[in-house]
Design a protein around this ligand. Structure first.
Ligand code: NAD
Length: 261
């Protein structure tokens, strides 16, 4: 089956990996609902750029991933404005770096809400739509931190391990409905999320910017290179293809060898 005229939601797609997913799916002829924070003028510019460049329909939802009611509205918006929902990519995510005993409680709650609970609320609302259509693809951006831990990232590591577990459970429940559920676990991808954690990591570990990049981030990746957002998006396109129909409940690493160690 060609992906042309399929309809997709990509949460957190105003930047980084999410934007790369939206562009890669649009290139395959998929209509996309983009979502995320940012300046309205910048988001509108990106939305129209995707529409014009790929000749598909692109709409925007401002749904806040900490709000279950807004997540449900986003699913309903895709169904009413795009005409259906075939592909759901749970990608929105935030990070905060701090020793556990000083970890702000509100940061813990925010990270669990955006990086984990939002995927539950979205899958919960999307599954009936996909079951009715008899086809679906659900993909979540987990992380190498869904498989291994790093110090000072208690909430992120907990949320991503949870997301990998949620993926397996949803995959089992939806396996007979032609709906696959998988997660992709990147190592370090050079995006605003990584750039923004550098100052906090400098502070938490007493290092310079260069030391954080080379000795902390790239130290984890045997290839000594950042993953690109486009490489992550290409895996999502493959997971949406017919060739991937028997891949479900999987956690696919794209981490330069990080979790092989
Ligand atoms: P990014 O900061 O570029 O993008 C994050 C996206 O989430 C943005 O569109 C932002 O607006 C959106 N977002 C944040 N809070 C939101 C909220 N409350 N409601 C709706 N949208 C919200 O970061 P990225 O690196 O592209 O991260 C995307 C995903 O990839 C995240 O889940 C992240 O954990 C995961 N990831 C990133 C890396 C990496 O190295 N960059 C590695 C592994 C996993």
């Amino acid at each position: 089956m060609s992906l042309k005229d399929c309809n997709a939601i990509i949460t957190g797609s105003t930047s980084g990996i999410g934007l790369a997913y939206a562009r890669a799916l649009a290139e395959e002829g998929v209509n996309v609902l983009i979502n995320g924070l940012g300046k309205p003028a910048d988001i509108e510019q990106e939305r129209t750029r995707i529409e014009t460049e790929f000749g598909i329909k692109a709409i925007y939802s401002p749904a806040d991933m900490t709000r279950p009611d807004q997540i449900k509205d986003m699913i309903d918006q895709a169904v009413s404005e795009l005409g259906g929902l075939d592909i759901l990519i749970n990608n929105a995510g935030v990070q905060f770096v701090s020793p556990i005993e000083e970890f702000p409680v509100e940061k813990w709650d925010q990270i669990i809400a955006i990086n984990l609970s939002a995927a539950f609320h979205a899958i919960r609302a999307a599954a009936p739509v996909m079951k009715k259509a008899g086809w679906g693809r659900i993909i979540s951006t987990a992380s190498a931190h869904s498989l291994v831990a790093s110090p000072f990232k208690a909430a992120y590591v907990a949320a991503k391990h949870g997301l990998a577990g949620l993926t397996k459970t949803a995959a089992l429940e939806l396996a007979t409905h032609k709906i696959t559920v998988n997660c992709i676990s990147p190592g370090y991808v050079w995006t605003p999320l990584v750039e923004h954690q550098i100052p906090d990591t400098m502070k938490a570990r007493g290092l310079t910017r260069e030391q954080v990049i080379n000795d902390v981030l790239l130290d984890s990746q045997p290839t000594k290179q950042f993953v690109t957002a486009e490489q992550v998006a290409a895996i999502a396109v493959f997971l949406c293809s017919d060739a991937a129909v028997q891949i479900t409940g999987a956690n696919i690493s794209v981490d330069g060898g990080w979790t092989a160690e």
